[in-house]
Design a protein around this ligand. Structure first.
Ligand SMILES: Nc1ncnc2c1ncn2[C@@H]1O[C@H](COP(=O)(O)OP(=O)(O)OP(=O)(O)O)[C@@H](O)[C@H]1O
Ligand SMILES: [Zn+2]
Length: 446
């Protein structure tokens, strides 16, 4: 009995030794195979694991430790990121979170393009800027914040408008481009320049509670922006954050995802969002991912025989400006307008009807006391007649129309003058912004 137990123990030990030897041999073979496969896949660097290890400093290892331990990312991913450069166009609602995550993750070189300066109304969503930096160039303000986060990141500031004259020169030096701008002319410009320079373009947009994300010009079949939108939308169909509003958490979501896609492209991780469009609905918190068309064979810019081989005038092509600054509408003749100072006199001396054509939510923020609120849409579809009915009957009663900046009010006046050619109908030039600037400095601006 004792003897047979001793024999069995010996046999088990021997079997375990043999299995352990076999397991070790398999492990050894596997690690040889993994090393060979990595070497073949990786066309950017041919470094052995030890050489790679040597390139990360102790600070790198502790700083990036939580992403270094990700099996699909690891030391190789970190080194690729360190060698990479990403250009972010727009240091606003999308650009700030995107830059923050890229610099934080250890992207070696982040370029920032923005012509604008920090405004107080940016701070709710443009998270790199601060109260103390209002008035500073957005690029410089973002650079200060990014270097505080990661002093090892090289930050280049291009504090100017990205235009057809500057785009190629700036974009050329970067590996990946992020479109964090807010206008259609810049989207076409960036697309064409990225196609011509063969750069992947990670494109994001956000308005109100909605966001979108896709990657253009990636891989052999990935479409470009023009493949999907060969012609620009009509200018009146386009709304920006300044007019439509946006929640900071929405731009934060999309901007962060833009950084994620850039990291995936650089590291070679996961499935890049090319040929697909992510649609984010912040009100229901639904993310939908829809397939979009692949490359258009007759695309004017990315096909084999492109019609467009150099950058064009994108503001003219789109009928829209690339900046939201200083481009007031000029629809009415001077006698169809009244400036803020003259209106101040009129309101004290004469009975009149003041119509504010902003949205009710804006009317609630601030208003001139005598104003009645009739949103522009109700002027254009003529339903205001019901609201104002009898007041409009007296041709003697002058009408003044106002809005925030004096654009929508001109559209309203033009429409109303066609309906009531006998009336005196004028628009308050420059809207509430001009009122605050020229008459009542205590009037709030938004
Ligand atoms: N062609 C361009 N060149 C350089 N910067 C651009 C270009 N087009 C847009 N931008 C910048 O992109 C950013 C877009 O961000 P966002 O819309 O959040 O900011 P904003 O224009 O300050 O917002 P708001 O409409 O509330 O004033 C802006 O800072 C804008 O200056
Ligand atoms: Zn195309």
């Amino acid at each position: 009995m004792f003897e047979s137990e001793a024999v069995e123990k010996g046999r088990l030990r021997q079997e375990i030794d043999e299995l352990t030897a076999e397991l070790n041999a398999k492990k050894q073979r596997l690690s040889e195979l993994v090393a060979t496969t990595n070497h073949v896949d990786d066309d950017n660097d041919a470094l052995s694991p030890n050489q790679i290890q040597g390139k990360l400093t102790n600070d790198d290892i502790s700083r990036y430790s939580r992403q270094l331990i990700l099996p699909d990312f690891g030391v190789r991913g970190q080194l690729k990121l360190k060698k990479s450069s990403v250009l972010i166009v727009g240091a606003g609602g999308l650009g700030c979170p995107a830059a923050q995550y890229l610099a934080g993750a250890g992207c070696g070189h982040v370029g920032l393009v923005d012509y604008d300066r920090v405004d107080k109304s940016n701070l709710h969503r443009q998270t790199l800027h601060t109260v103390g930096r209002v008035g500073m160039h957005k690029t410089e303000s973002a650079k200060i914040a990014l270097l505080e986060l990661n002093p090892h990141c090289l930050i280049s500031c291009h504090s100017r408008l990205l235009s057809r004259f500057t785009a190629m020169h700036i974009i050329r030096d970067y590996d990946v481009v992020l479109d964090c701008s807010d206008n259609v002319a810049t989207r076409y410009l960036l697309n064409d320049a990225c196609v011509m320079l063969r750069k992947p373009l990670v494109s994001g947009s956000a308005l109100k509670l909605d966001g979108q994300l896709t990657v253009y010009n990636y891989g052999a079949t990935g479409p470009c922006y023009r493949c999907i939108y060969p012609v620009p939308p009509p200018p009146e169909a386009v709304t920006n954050c300044g007019d439509g509003g946006v929640l900071g958490a929405v731009t934060g979501t999309i901007g962060s995802l833009q950084a994620l896609e850039a990291i995936k492209i650089i590291v070679g991780l996961g499935d890049v969002l090319a040929g697909r469009l992510l649609i984010f609905d912040g009100s229901t918190l639904q993310f939908r991912n829809i397939r979009v068309r692949s490359k258009r064979v007759n695309c004017h810019v990315c096909s084999a025989q492109p019609l467009i081989t150099e950058l064009i005038d994108y503001e003219q092509f789109c009928g829209m400006h690339a900046t939201d600054k200083d481009n007031p509408l000029q629809l009415l003749d001077p006698e169809q307008r009244i400036d803020a100072v003259d209106y101040n006199t009129l309101q004290q001396e004469q009975q009149h009807l003041l119509i504010d054509v902003r949205q009710p939510a804006e009317f609630e923020i601030c208003k001139l006391p005598p104003a009645v609120n009739v949103p522009l849409a109700q002027i254009l579809d003529d339903s205001y007649l019901k609201q104002l009915g009898p007041q409009l009957e007296s041709k003697e009663l002058p009408i003044v129309v106002l809005c925030r900046r004096g654009n929508d009010s001109q559209i309203a006046v033009q429409h109303m003058r066609n309906r009531f050619p006998e009336h005196s109908i004028r628009d308050l030039e420059g809207g509430l912004h001009a009122w605050s600037r020229l008459v009542d400095h205590s009037f709030p601006i938004y």
